[in-house]
Ligand binder design. Structure first.
Ligand SMILES: C[S@@+](CC[C@H](N)C(=O)[O-])C[C@H]1O[C@@H](n2cnc3c(N)ncnc32)[C@H](O)[C@@H]1O
Length: 322
């Protein structure tokens, strides 16, 4: 990552994720055995809007549970964060979860939402600027799984915010590496991170298999996006959304399964799919509170407070980076 623009009115900084990167990653993933498409590619503008709709389904408990924790404990977070902080949000999405925090914080210096979904982020930042005209809002279009270094010449207390259990999309070792990089970036501050908890497999299964089929559309948007951006000719109706909870690995596994033997052209290259062959599209790891605190500690954070809802569906952790 490079230093962001100083002006609150500036356009989002484009750090990565151009069309060539996308097509290359798509071809690389589909040449692997088993085939895969990295989950960050769910999020073009269409995917980001579909994710907003997932958050509204009755089965998808994480969003409403985390939002209620953030609203209920906003004053405690603000006390821990302190005045004059700069907030960096990883994977800001619709920019809804930052609001309780911005409303509670004392004189926040800046808000820097980072997201890979560039056009969508631009709209979210414009809306937030209208609602928080006195705040410097500096969106950054970037892939947070890469380099997180960014100079802090004014030594402002820097705070990370990482809601949505997006950290669960990393495999545990990748999550540890992300936390290690963010502990360095946030030195002298801390990270407020939302983490989905291990729970009844039936509740988890339903959350990724909503009755209205929005999660299925979100998953299939990977194929529709390839058709839009990589000259592919996927027939989305010949692939099925398949998601389940693997209790041994404590993760949701998401796939697109080919419903027939078929050939697909992508960027001028032919790919064969056997009947029943799967493309892996997402992991979503679930943690116990203790396991997540141990992971954060192994990455250099000092785990401090943790908040859970009464049903112990979701957790929000405050990790200090001394
Ligand atoms: C699960 S959604 C969560 C959105 C929001 N934070 C929430 O809690 O509702 C993940 C968000 O992270 C973004 N994202 C996913 N992978 C990313 C990556 N590697 N780099 C930057 N943003 C990413 C997506 O565009 C999306 O907005």
């Amino acid at each position: 990552m490079t230093p962001p623009a100083q002006s609150a009115a500036a356009r989002p900084r484009e750090i990565s994720s151009d069309a060539e990167d996308y097509s290359d990653a798509l071809l690389t993933g589909l040449r692997k055995q088993p085939k895969c498409i990295p989950c960050k590619y769910f999020y073009d503008a269409e995917g980001s809007h579909l994710f907003e709709r997932i958050c509204e389904t009755p089965e998808y408990y994480p969003t409403r549970t985390e939002l209620s924790l953030l609203r209920r404990h906003a004053a405690e977070f603000a006390d821990l964060i302190g005045p004059d902080a700069e907030i960096m949000e990883f994977g800001a999405g619709a920019g809804e979860k930052i609001r309780p925090l911005l409303d509670a914080l004392e004189r926040p210096r800046a808000y820097r939402p980072i997201d890979i979904s560039g056009a969508y982020l631009k709209g979210v930042a414009a809306r937030l600027r209208r609602e928080y005209p006195a705040l410097a809002i500096e969106p950054i279009v970037a892939d947070f799984s890469g380099d997180l270094s960014m100079p802090n010449p004014s030594s402002v207390r820097r705070i990370g915010f990482f809601p949505g259990s997006t950290i669960g999309n990393f495999e545990p070792e990748e999550a540890r590496q992300f936390l290690t990089r963010s502990a360095k970036l946030l030195k002298g501050g801390g990270l407020l991170v939302g983490v989905d908890l291990v729970k009844d497999p039936g509740v988890l299964h339903a959350a990724y298999n909503d009755r209205a089929g929005v999660t299925a559309s979100f998953n299939k948007n990977l194929l529709a996006r390839a058709n839009r951006e990589a000259g592919a000719d996927f027939d989305c109706d010949r692939f099925a959304h398949y998601a389940f909870y693997n209790p041994m690995q404590r993760r949701i596994e998401v796939y697109l399964v080919s419903m027939a033997a078929q050939r697909v052209t992508i960027c001028g290259r032919q790919f064969a799919f056997a009947d029943g062959e799967a493309i892996h599209t997402e992991w979503s790891y679930k943690y116990t509170v203790e396991d997540f605190r141990a992971l954060a500690a192994s990455a250099g954070f000092v785990p401090h407070a943790v908040w859970c809802d009464p049903g112990r569906l979701f957790s929000v952790h405050w990790l200090e980076s001394p």
